[in-house]
Design a protein around this ligand. Structure first.
Ligand code: BGC
Length: 406
């Protein structure tokens, strides 16, 4: 196959999220749920909070030139309206460490975990949640607006609402009746503490609306706080497609509307760019047997092309802010990356304005309700010794990044 060159300045890196790697975060809703035995404990995770320099050295050594992190809201605003300057200083050092290594920082302001005080008030269901969230985002923009240009207000609002209010697998564990029968995408696992009620259907849609409002309010607030920021959000595209059957095709159109467009149309006007996460697809009427990742998800990196083209209509620069596989044996990761990157290239050829790719994840980490059992990292973490070992697939990605081609 001929070499495919990427546009000059295309960025290559990996992503992490604060709660999944940092360790020591006890004042958020996930930590409380873990204390109550509803989700696995996160504890010190990868201790990235103390080892970020070592981790960024590794990222540099494997050819990366950008890196996505998230900031933990519960650290910055541990009590409502009270901001912790020491934690600001910590993240300032994190950003400086990235820049010192020429890793362009991408910052997500909220990646699933809520400060406990905010969760206690009802989280995003609270009427004032958009303003409360916007105040936090504005504060961070004021503090870091000179150090970083690329911000996303939130990660995957659709996944957050779906797992929290539809499947009931994440805090606040609200579930629709009959969810066990609906298997559009693989279920996570069984959970304790779920509340199954009909009214969760309305709550789910309300939370989605609130999240859109929160993003829009945060966008406006951040723009007044600092000059020249790129503010967007990160959306996980689940690609729904179909075989030739017209009914299946209709089903795919409806599901893509529900999952992607009904939310994006509420927020895209207040997005300078859009982060696209891609992991899952559902092809209606398909009987093909796919190889599986350790999550039990189909190995189908080719879906990234249509996922990106789906968002092309919003006419914004796109970042592939996550895509990767859980693969403890490093059996499929290299091939997945190569196929994925070729399909990103194809999407660019078809007019999608894609500017970079951040593999999920730099490190093995806390995979939410699965605890530490799933290993997405380019770098393996030994959770007993915290030793990091670069996996062989990282060198395949390194070559792509360094040559800016695949
Ligand atoms: C999330 C990550 C998660 C990954 C793999 C994305 O939905 O942003 O936090 O670890 O998928 O499940």
């Amino acid at each position: 196959m001929s070499e495919k060159k990427f546009p000059e300045g295309f960025l290559w890196g990996a992503a992490t999220a604060s709660y999944q790697v940092e360790g020591g975060i006890e004042n958020c809703d996930w930590a409380k749920a873990a204390r109550e035995g509803k989700v696995p404990a996160c504890g010190r995770a990868c201790d990235h909070y103390n080892r970020f320099e070592e981790d960024f050295d590794i990222a540099k050594s494997i050819g990366h030139n950008c890196h996505r992190i998230s900031i933990e809201w519960a650290r910055i605003e541990p009590e409502e309206g009270k901001f912790d300057e020491r934690e600001i200083e910590h993240y300032r050092q994190v950003i400086s460490a990235l820049r010192a290594r020429h890793l362009k920082p991408f910052i997500t302001l909220w990646h699933f975990t809520l400060p406990q005080w905010f969760a206690d008030k009802g989280g995003f269901e609270h009427q004032d949640a958009p303003q409360t969230f916007a105040r936090y985002c504005k504060y961070v923009a004021q503090k870091f607006g000179n150090d970083c240009r690329h911000f996303a207000t939130m990660n995957e609002p659709g996944v957050y609402a779906s797992n929290g209010w539809r499947r009931g697998s994440w805090p606040p564990f609200q579930r629709w009746p009959g969810m066990g029968l609906l298997k559009t995408v693989p279920e996570h696992r069984d959970f304790r503490g779920q509340e199954t009620r009909w009214r969760n259907i309305f709550r789910y849609f309300r939370v989605l609306r609130q999240l859109a409002r929160a993003h829009n309010a945060a966008y406006d607030a951040m723009k007044t706080a600092a000059f020249g920021l790129e503010v967007g959000l990160v959306h996980q595209v689940i690609l729904f497609h179909a075989n030739g059957n017209p009914l299946n095709k209709l089903l795919a159109v409806i599901m893509n509307w529900h999952w992607t467009h009904s939310f994006m149309r509420r927020v895209y006007r207040k997005c300078d760019s859009i982060g696209v996460n891609y992991y899952l697809h559902k092809k209606f009427g398909d009987t093909h047997m796919y190889d599986k990742t350790d999550m039990g998800w189909d190995v189908y990196p080719e879906g990234i092309c249509d996922a990106l083209l789906m968002l092309k209509r919003y006419k914004r620069p796109l970042w592939v802010s996550e895509a990767g596989v859980a693969d403890a044996a490093d059996r499929i990761r290299a091939d997945y990356i190569v196929r994925l990157v070729r399909c990103i290239h194809a999407a660019i050829g078809k007019g999608a304005d894609v500017r970079g790719y951040m593999y999920w994840s730099l490190l093995d980490n806390y995979e939410w309700s699965h605890g530490f059992s799933k290993r997405f990292g380019l770098v393996e973490v030994n959770y007993d010794t915290l030793e990091r070992t670069v996996r062989p697939s990282a060198s395949v990605y390194k070559r792509i990044a360094e040559e800016n081609a695949c």
